[in-house]
Design a binder for this molecule. Structure first.
Ligand code: CS2
Length: 495
């Protein structure tokens, strides 16, 4: 249903787009690359690239174009689409009321595939105009053991990269070789800015990079430690996967875009002001610079992301499909509110002058946005990298201080069910994409011999299996689920 003419998104058509679509007001041919971003997905495009676009729009400082880098063959599609659109894409913000805001983002001006031309990527990162290398490589990209936090030095990719410094596979090799080249040429290092959902993301990145550099060149590790900055940051914007309907909707509104980004109106970026080279004044476009980001990160990971996992795992077993659909179930919604108030909030620290109760209320409204249609299958991707970061720290705190554990135990029981059967309780197939899927499934399958078998995956659960306050609740829920008690009935009894 096309109500008006629709134009393919590229630089020559920008002027033809309807007036209600915001387009970059800077001359993109004058932009130089100041940022290399590794891992261009929906989230980078709805968040950092949107901030950079806004910054260049409002200040006219055009030194901050973004060069996207794909480290995995799967990133090729993003490169092809962006290249065919002169690196432009549209951002469709969907309000709960049904109102839409559409803008064309022009912050990305180049894209390189590391898998095809690693040298070009290293040269780009080493070039003096690049002042920041930012990353969204997901929790898994940091190569740490979730139970110990240690760098996994025997990962075959790490072994490969140590032997092949000019054609590495992982991010660490690119950063190291480019930093060495800059130091040799007397060029100041770049700031390395993680935008992933990991608590102390900058500190973790620094520790992982130093562990890697130590394997290669101990003296250089010392130099990195002293000269390179790794700001911690908290990033937030719900960005579901783009669907064909989103593309059709945009086409009906005037833009043919092969890979637009859809997101909620809310966005937040809290960053520690710790940069070793120039940076844009992101504060002029709404980012918050703070001395310590830790309380903000903890708040977001434990409230927002853990709540997502609660709805994702419980809702999936119940056969539900989306976050907002799960919020329409009164028992689930009440349980989520209870989870935040009784299990999470008692362990949070004060967060500036922010009201944590109000933060929780806003989250419930964000989750209920019916236009976002955030799929539970997206939330459950790579749960083995998420649960240890989002939920288990809350469990650990509650075990230490006698706090409530019920809802967390139910969520882990649902995850055991999901991992064992890969279906909802009614037998609907569930998407499983998890680095540890096989290990989780075989552990979960050991239930008959040992009802706690799932918790034996110690790389995830550490010593949780030893804590009877938790395991008693967990076993009770898991046995009910396996006996066919509908999870929503269990939830209703809890709320
Ligand atoms: C989600 C996040 O992946 C997940 O499990 O919780 O992607 C979430 O939507 C973002 O962190 C929101 O900022």
């Amino acid at each position: 249903m096309q109500s008006q003419s629709s134009f393919s998104l590229n630089k020559s058509n920008l002027a033809m787009l309807p007036d209600n679509i915001a387009t970059p007001n800077f001359d993109r041919s004058d932009v130089t690359t100041g940022i290399v971003h590794i891992g261009v997905g929906g989230f980078h495009r709805s968040h950092e690239a949107m901030y950079v676009n806004g910054y260049m729009n409002t200040t006219g400082d055009l030194n901050w174009g973004i060069c996207g880098v794909g480290l995995r063959p799967a990133d090729k599609k993003m490169q092809e689409v962006l290249e065919s659109q002169d690196y432009l894409y549209s951002l469709l913000e969907k309000h709960p009321s049904g109102e839409r805001n559409i803008s064309v983002i022009g912050a990305i001006t180049e894209f390189m595939m590391a898998t095809e031309n690693p040298k070009a990527v290293i040269d780009k990162i080493a070039s003096p105009e690049v002042k920041i290398v930012s990353l969204t490589i997901t929790e898994g990209g940091y190569n740490f053991d979730p139970a110990t936090g240690e760098f996994i030095a025997d990962n075959p990719d790490v072994i490969h990269d140590v032997a092949n410094p000019t054609a590495p596979r992982l991010v660490f090799g690119y950063l190291l070789t480019a930093l060495q080249a800059r130091k040799a040429a007397g060029i100041a290092p770049f700031t390395i800015m993680s935008c992933d959902n990991i608590q102390h993301n900058g500190d973790v990145l620094k520790a992982m990079l130093l562990a890697y550099v130590n394997l290669v060149d101990k003296a250089f590790a010392q130099w990195v430690e002293t000269n390179v900055a790794f700001p911690n940051s908290m990033v937030d914007r719900i960005t579901p996967a783009t669907t064909d309907e989103d593309m059709d909707e945009l086409a009906s509104l005037g833009i043919k875009d092969s890979w637009p980004v859809v997101c909620e109106p809310f966005h937040q970026w809290v960053i520690e002001n710790d940069f070793c080279n120039d940076r844009p004044s992101f504060e002029s476009v709404g980012a918050q610079f703070v001395k310590h980001v830790a309380p903000y990160e903890k708040l977001k990971l434990r409230m927002l992301n853990a709540s997502h996992s609660v709805l994702g795992l419980v809702g999936s077993i119940a056969g539900l499909e989306t976050i907002h659909g799960s919020m329409e179930n009164a028992a689930l919604r009440d349980m989520l509110g209870k989870f935040m108030c009784t299990e999470v909030m008692p362990n949070l620290d004060a967060v500036g002058d922010l009201d944590v109760n109000e933060y929780g209320e806003i989250l419930l409204t964000r989750f209920a946005n019916p236009n976002i249609k955030d799929a539970l299958s997206r939330i459950c991707l790579e749960s083995s990298a998420k649960i240890p970061v989002f939920l288990l720290p809350t469990v650990k705190d509650n075990l230490a201080n006698g706090g409530k554990l019920d809802i967390s135990a139910l969520v882990i029981a649902c995850w055991a069910y999901y991992s064992e059967f890969h279906t909802s309780q009614e037998g609907k197939a569930l998407l499983v994409q998890d680095e540890l899927a096989d290990e989780l499934q075989s552990a979960a399958k050991g239930y008959e011999e040992n009802p706690l078998s799932f918790l034996t995956v110690s790389s995830i659960f550490g010593e949780l299996i030893e804590y009877q306050d938790f395991t008693a609740l967990y076993t009770n829920y898991l046995s009910q689920l396996r006996a066919g008690e509908p999870v929503l009935k269990i939830v209703a009894a809890l709320a």
